[in-house]
Design a protein around this ligand. Structure first.
Ligand SMILES: Cc1ncc(C[n+]2csc(CCOP(=O)(O)OP(=O)(O)O)c2C)c(N)n1
Ligand code: SF4
Length: 321
C-alpha cells in the first residue's frame, strides 16, 4: 500500500465535500458527520449505497432533496452486502467486456448496525469472501435501530435504555446483552485484507482507514462508532465529546487489522473511568454505581486482550495469520 494515499495532517484534507446540505438528520447526528468524512476520504470516483436506516430515510426521501454529491442508491435494510457485491461485480463485468473504460471506482456501502450486525450480517459476510477490490462496507454503529424509534440491536451496549430494553421499578438494567463485535467477525474471514474500527471524533484516523481499506485489494469493513444524540440522550453539541470519551475511557478501542497485522491506532495513555462516558448519556441514567463498576471491569478485562494483541501484532484467534 502506497503511503501517498494517507493524510498526514488535517491540512492535507481537500476542502471539497461529497455529502452536502439537503439532509433532515437530527442536530449533532454522528452518522451524518461520519458520512461526510467517509465520502470526503473516498473521493469523487465513488458510488455510495445506503441500506434502509436513518442515513437513508433522513437523507433521501420526500421533498426530493438529498445531500449526496456522488452517485447513490438505496438498498433494502438487509441487502447492503449483496447490493455492494452486485455493484462491484457489475462494474467489473462492464470493464471486462469493454463497455466502460477500465478505472478504479470505489463502492462504499454505508449501513447501520441493524443493517449489518443483524439482518444483513449474512450478506455482508458473503461479500467479504469475494475478491472485488475497492469494495468497502462501513458499519455506522449508533448502537440501536434509531430510525424506527431506537430499538435495541446486537451492538447495543450493556445497560443501555432502548424502547426494546426499557427499565422500570422491577428491572433496573436496560439491555442485558453484551455488544457484538462485528469487526472481529469480519477479521475472521480468511484472506480478508483490511478491517478496522473507527470513531467520528477521530477524523484523521477514520479517513486514513477509509483510504487504506479502498486500496487494500479486496472487500473490507470499517466498524465506525457514531454517537446519536436522540438515541443516547445527550446534548447535540456534545457528539464529538461523547465519541472522544468512548475512546478515552476504552469503551471503544480503535484498531486495524491490515494484511494480517493487528495494531491499536489510538492508545489512550491512561484510560479515563467509564463513568465519565456513561454519565453523560441519558440511556445509562438508571444504572447504579455498582452497574458502572461492572462495565468498568468488563472494559479492563477487554483491554488486556487489546494490549496483548497490539504487542504481538496479530489477532489472538486460531485463524489469524
Ligand atoms: C426487512 C425490513 N424490516 C424492517 C424494516 C423497518 N426498518 C427501517 S429502518 C430500520 C432500522 C434500521 O436500523 P439501523 O440499521 O441500525 O440504522 P439506523 O436507523 O440506526 O440509522 C428498520 C427496522 C425494513 N425497512 N425492512
Ligand atoms: S436518530 Fe440518531 S442517527 Fe438518526 S438522524 Fe437522529 S441523530 Fe442521526
Amino acid at each position: 500500500m502506497s503511503e501517498e494515499i494517507l493524510f498526514k495532517t488535517i491540512k492535507e484534507i481537500p476542502p471539497v465535500d461529497y455529502y452536502v446540505s439537503g439532509r433532515r438528520t437530527c442536530a449533532g447526528c454522528g452518522p451524518a458527520l461520519g458520512y461526510k468524512l467517509v465520502a470526503k476520504a473516498a473521493g469523487p470516483k465513488t458510488i455510495l449505497l445506503g441500506p434502509t436506516g436513518c442515513m437513508y430515510v433522513a437523507n433521501a426521501h420526500q421533498f426530493l432533496t438529498s445531500p449526496y454529491a456522488l452517485p447513490w442508491y438505496h438498498a433494502q435494510l438487509g441487502g447492503g452486502g449483496a447490493a455492494g457485491l452486485g455493484t462491484a461485480a457489475g462494474l467489473r463485468a462492464l470493464m471486462t467486456k469493454g463497455k466502460r473504460k477500465k478505472e478504479d471506482i470505489n463502492v462504499v456501502v454505508y449501513g447501520g448496525d441493524g443493517g449489518f450486525a443483524d439482518i444483513g450480517l449474512a450478506g455482508l459476510s458473503g461479500a467479504l469472501t469475494y475478491d472485488y477490490p475497492r469494495l468497502l462496507f462501513v458499519l455506522y454503529d449508533n448502537e440501536a435501530y434509531a430510525n424506527t424509534g431506537v430499538q435495541a440491536s446486537s451492538t447495543t451496549p450493556w445497560g443501555a435504555y432502548t424502547t426494546f430494553t426499557p427499565w422500570g421499578k422491577i428491572k433496573r438494567i436496560g439491555n442485558d446483552r453484551l455488544k457484538k463485535n462485528v469487526a472481529l467477525i469480519a477479521a475472521a474471514h480468511p484472506g480478508i485484507r483490511y478491517v478496522a474500527t473507527a470513531c467520528v471524533s477521530y477524523p484523521l484516523d477514520l479517513m486514513n482507514k477509509v483510504r487504506k481499506a479502498l486500496n487494500a485489494g479486496g472487500p473490507t469493513l470499517i466498524h465506525l462508532l457514531v454517537p446519536c444524540p436522540k438515541g443516547w440522550f445527550f446534548d447535540a453539541k456534545d457528539t464529538v465529546k461523547v465519541g472522544r470519551l468512548a475512546v478515552e475511557t476504552g469503551m471503544w478501542a480503535l484498531w486495524e487489522y491490515d494484511h494480517g497485522k493487528f495494531r491499536l491506532t489510538v492508545k489512550p495513555a491512561q484510560r479515563k473511568p467509564v463513568k465519565e462516558y456513561m454519565r453523560l448519556q441519558g440511556r445509562f441514567a438508571n444504572l447504579a454505581d455498582e452497574d458502572i463498576e461492572y462495565v468498568q471491569k468488563l472494559v479492563d478485562q477487554e483491554w488486556k486482550y487489546w494490549e496483548e494483541m497490539d504487542k504481538l501484532g496479530k489477532l489472538i484467534l486460531p485463524w489469524a495469520r
